[in-house]
Design a protein. Structure first.
Ligand code: AN7
Length: 364
């Protein structure tokens, strides 16, 4: 039978992942996402720099979570699990529900009530998960998931499951293969901090194998109202328009701190206004539509070239011709509401050439 999984991250990177012949691969052909050159961001950085956007919104469920979920669900099947569970700000639940559906596993998702973008909530429903809206935030939901998963009835597929991190590190492999080396600086949004931990692991592994001559400075951006790592303390009531990263007590806090410290990077913050403006800018200037949390990467890079950059900003000193990669983690269509702050409105016209020409400001 044709191997339907021959394009997923497990089949592509099998030798670097903890899978065996006993692992039944559950895949939707995730990964291999485009690394898109950004002329305008490259110009902003100057000095011959090349800036690339790793467009993770083009994964099967529209976010980077699919890379980790193919691993977590494949391993859950291998271990004989019958049901999986996760807490989520939306994207993890979408991915868990999809991969669980494919593997015939039951899936329960605990979501902060009223704080999930419309597209993500719809995904959990349509893929057939049991959706529980928690009267609390993501951190409350994750605490409950840890308790519910403790006795083995459910396999936890949050990023506290180490297989998730293993799968997500494959994004670094792809970047190194595509650029021929690691970039100098890598920028990404930070919420529960699993992804920055995973990228750093991937970069270290490929560097250790001689596939890269260097490792990038890992630079993470949190939303200003949900910035526990930046502030150095838990945030009890996290708030941000970027609901995906509305997290006050990240599970992989230590991993993020290590990545930043070991790589000479930093964790900084961007405001909701900066996030929404960067989201619009990336769509309107480069044709790349990402969700608000993902735009934190772009807002972060723009901040690095403003008067407001942080003391540890890697752009205080960077080499000529530097290569910079920004991960944009999720697709813009997941959250059709947040960008409407811009007040987009159609021009209206009667169905005549004259009327259309008039609103377009052209003559016919
Ligand atoms: C689009 O889905 O935590 O720092 O439960 O959906 O690895 O948490 C999502 C996180 C960035 C932050 N961008 O990544 C969840 C969840 C998007 C996201 C992040 C998330 P981590």
């Amino acid at each position: 039978m044709k191997n339907l999984h021959d394009r997923g991250v497990i089949s592509r990177y099998r030798q670097y992942l903890p899978v065996t012949d006993a692992t039944t691969v559950v895949s939707l052909n995730e990964g291999s996402t485009p690394l898109i050159y950004s002329p305008k961001l490259s110009k902003l950085v100057g000095r011959g720099a090349e800036v690339y956007v790793k467009y993770e919104g083009l994964n099967p469920t529209g976010s980077f979570k699919d890379r980790g979920m193919t691993m977590a669900i494949s391993k859950a099947v291998e271990r004989g699990a019958k049901a999986v569970i996760c807490a989520s700000t939306g994207n993890t639940s979408a991915a868990a529900a999809a991969y669980a559906a494919r593997a015939n596993l039951a899936c329960a998702v605990l979501l902060p009530a009223g704080k999930i973008a419309a597209g993500k909530l719809l995904q959990a429903f349509i893929y057939g998960a049991k959706v529980v809206a928690i009267r609390g935030n993501f951190d409350d939901a994750l605490r409950l998931v840890r308790e519910l998963g403790a006795d083995g009835r459910f396999e936890i597929v949050n990023s506290i499951n180490p297989f998730r991190i293993e799968g997500q590190k494959t994004a670094s492999f792809e970047i190194i293969e595509e650029l021929g080396d690691a970039p100098d600086i890598h920028i990404l949004p930070v919420g529960n901090a699993g992804n920055i931990t995973a990228y750093w692991q991937g970069y270290r592994e490929y560097h250790g194998l001689g596939k890269a001559t260097k490792r990038p400075r890992m630079t993470g951006f949190q939303a200003a109202g949900s910035a526990p790592i930046f502030l150095g303390h838990v945030v009890d009531k996290p708030e941000t328009v970027a609901t995906a990263i509305r997290i006050g007590n990240p599970a992989s806090w230590q991993g993020a701190s290590d990545a930043v410290k070991d790589s000479g990077g930093c964790i900084d913050i961007v405001s909701d206004a900066q996030i929404l403006e960067a989201q619009r800018w990336l769509a309107a200037e480069e044709g790349i539509f990402v969700e608000p949390a993902s735009a934190a990467s772009v807002a972060g890079l723009l901040k690095c070239f403003s008067n407001d950059r942080c003391a540890a900003c890697p752009f205080h000193q960077y080499p000529e011709g530097a290569k910079i990669v920004l991960t944009v983690t999720g697709h813009g269509l997941k959250d059709p509401e947040a960008p409407m702050v811009h007040g987009f409105k159609a021009l209206e016209a009667d169905a005549t050439m004259d009327a259309v020409a008039k609103v377009l400001g052209v003559s016919c």
